[in-house]
Design a protein around this ligand. Structure first.
Ligand code: AMP
Ligand code: MG
Length: 400
C-alpha cells in the first residue's frame, strides 16, 4: 500500500527541532559531566603538555654523542625540573613524564643501555634528535579549541577538559521528563494479572531510555482508557520539559490520547509518520513542554524514541545533531522484503563480515515481540523506496 501523504521521518525531526529550543545551560563540576552536553567551547589556554618531556624511562642525552659511554651526571623524576645542563659526553637518568633537561635533545630508553661502572652509562645505539621526547603542545597548542560547543561528554572528553585545567563547565540542563503509560489492559509489576491483562513493559523501558539520554524522569503511572482520566493525567505531565505517553494514539475505539491532549491544551504538530514500526507517533507542544504520544507496542515505542525523542532531547540539551548515535553501512546477510512504502526499522544483528560488516534480522519483526529487540544490536534502516533487499545489499544500520 502506498501512503505518500504521510509525513516522512526527516520532516518529522525538522518539526520537532523547530518546535523546541535549548534549555538554559547550567554550571556543573566535572564529576557530574558524564553524558552531559558541553554548552561552551573549551579552549586550551596553555600548551598541553606544558613542556617537552620524556616518553620513556631511560637517559636524557645529546643525540650527537651516541653510541658510546657517557658520564652520568644526575637524575630527574616526573614532577621535578633538573637544575643543571646536559653537556657533551653526559647523560641524566630520566623518568617518563619528567621535563627534558636543558642541553639534552633525546631520551634513550633503558633497554638500549648497559650499566657501566657507577657514575657512567653505555648507550648501545644511536638515536635521532627528538627521540622519545613528547613535545610541549603536541596534544593541544596554546589558544586552540579543544572541544566544540554541543559535544556529548564521554570519559575521554572529561579527561581532556581536566587537562586544560577546568574544574567546572557550562553544560546543557538535564531535561525533566514524565512518562505516562495508557491502557485498561496494563498491570503494573506486582499487581495480579487478571484475564485479558498484560504487564506494562513500556514504563520502565521508556524511563530507562530517557535516563540513558540524560533526562531526570518522573513516572506518572498508568492511565486508564478514559478520556477525562487521560486529560487530567496528561495535564500533570505538562509541567515537565518532555511528556512521553505510550499507547492510545491509534484509531481504535479507545484511543483517546489525541483528543485528551487537545482537551489539555496541547497543540498537535504532527500525527503519523511514514515509518514501520511506529507509524501513529504523535508530537505536540504546550508552552515549553514537548509532548510525545508513542504507539503502545513496546518495539514501536522504542523505535520511535530512538528516532524522534532522542533528537528532541539533543535539541533541549544543545547537543550537536546526531551526537551519541552511530550509523554505519553493512551488507545484508539475507534478503529482506518489505510490503509497503514506509521506512522500516528492522531489528538486526550486526557482526563481522567479509570486507564489510554483515547484518541480518534478529528474528520476529512483529511490534509486540521484545525478545528479538533484546537479541538485536542495531536497527536496519530500509528506505521508503524499494521492496526487496537481496542478500548482499548495502544498508544503513543504527547501533542500539
Ligand atoms: P495501543 O497503542 O494503545 O493501541 O496499544 C498497542 C498494543 O500495545 C496493544 O497490544 C497494547 O496492549 C500494547 N501496549 C500498550 N501499552 C503497553 C505497555 N505499556 N506495555 C506493553 N504493551 C503495551
Ligand atoms: Mg491502548
Amino acid at each position: 500500500m502506498n501512503t505518500p501523504s504521510l509525513l516522512d521521518a526527516e520532516e518529522a525531526v525538522r518539526i520537532i527541532h523547530g518546535a523546541l529550543a535549548p534549555l538554559p545551560p547550567v554550571r556543573i563540576g566535572l564529576g557530574e559531566a558524564l553524558g552531559r552536553v558541553l554548552a561552551e567551547e573549551i579552549v586550551a589556554a596553555e600548551p598541553i603538555p606544558p613542556f617537552d618531556n620524556a616518553a620513556m624511562d631511560g637517559y636524557a642525552v645529546r643525540a650527537g654523542d651516541l653510541p658510546g659511554a657517557l658520564r652520568l651526571s644526575g637524575s630527574c623524576a616526573a614532577g621535578t625540573v633538573y637544575p643543571g645542563t646536559v653537556n657533551t659526553g653526559e647523560a641524566v637518568r630520566i623518568m617518563t613524564g619528567a621535563a627534558i633537561p636543558t642541553g639534552a635533545d633525546a631520551v634513550v630508553q633503558q633497554e638500549w643501555t648497559e650499566p657501566a661502572t657507577s657514575g657512567a652509562v653505555t648507550v648501545t645505539r644511536a638515536v635521532p634528535a627528538g627521540h622519545n621526547i613528547r613535545r610541549a603542545g603536541a596534544d593541544l597548542a596554546a589558544g586552540t579549541a579543544a572541544l566544540a560547543q554541543g559535544t556529548l561528554l564521554r570519559p575521554q572528553e572529561i579527561g581532556l577538559i581536566a587537562s586544560v585545567g577546568r574544574r567546572e563547565i557550562l553544560a546543557g540542563a538535564r531535561p525533566r521528563a514524565a512518562v505516562l503509560t495508557t491502557g485498561d489492559e496494563l498491570a503494573a509489576p506486582g499487581e495480579p494479572l487478571r484475564p485479558g491483562m498484560i504487564r506494562d513493559s513500556n514504563a520502565p523501558m521508556l524511563a530507562a531510555l530517557l535516563v540513558k539520554e540524560g533526562c531526570d524522569v518522573v513516572p506518572l503511572g498508568v492511565a486508564r482508557d478514559d478520556r477525562d482520566e487521560l486529560r487530567s493525567r496528561i495535564a500533570e505531565g505538562l509541567g515537565f520539559d518532555i511528556l512521553v505517553t505510550a499507547g492510545g494514539v491509534s484509531v481504535g475505539d479507545h484511543d483517546h490520547v489525541g483528543a485528551a491532549r487537545r482537551a489539555a491544551g496541547v497543540e498537535i504538530l504532527f500525527w503519523k509518520v511514514n515509518i514501520r514500526p511506529g507509524m501513529p507517533l504523535l508530537f505536540g507542544r504546550r508552552g515549553a513542554t514537548a509532548v510525545f504520544g508513542l504507539p503502545g507496542n513496546p518495539v514501536s515505542a522504542m523505535v520511535t524514541f530512538t528516532q524522534f525523542i532522542r533528537p528532541a532531547i539533543r535539541r533541549l540539551t544543545g547537543a550537536a545533531s546526531g551526537a551519541g548515535t552511530t550509523r554505519l553501512r553493512a551488507r545484508l546477510a539475507e534478503e529482506i522484503v518489505k510490503q509497503d512504502a514506509k521506512r522500516h526499522f528492522v531489528r538486526g544483528i550486526l557482526s563481522d563480515g567479509e570486507g564489510a560488516p554483515a547484518v541480518r534480522p534478529a528474528g520476529s519483526q512483529v511490534s509486540n515481540i521484545l525478545t528479538s529487540l533484546v537479541r538485536a544490536n542495531c536497527l536496519i534502516i530500509l528506505p521508503e523506496e524499494g521492496r526487496a533487499f537481496p542478500a548482499g545489499t548495502s544498508v544503513e544500520v543504527e547501533l542500539l
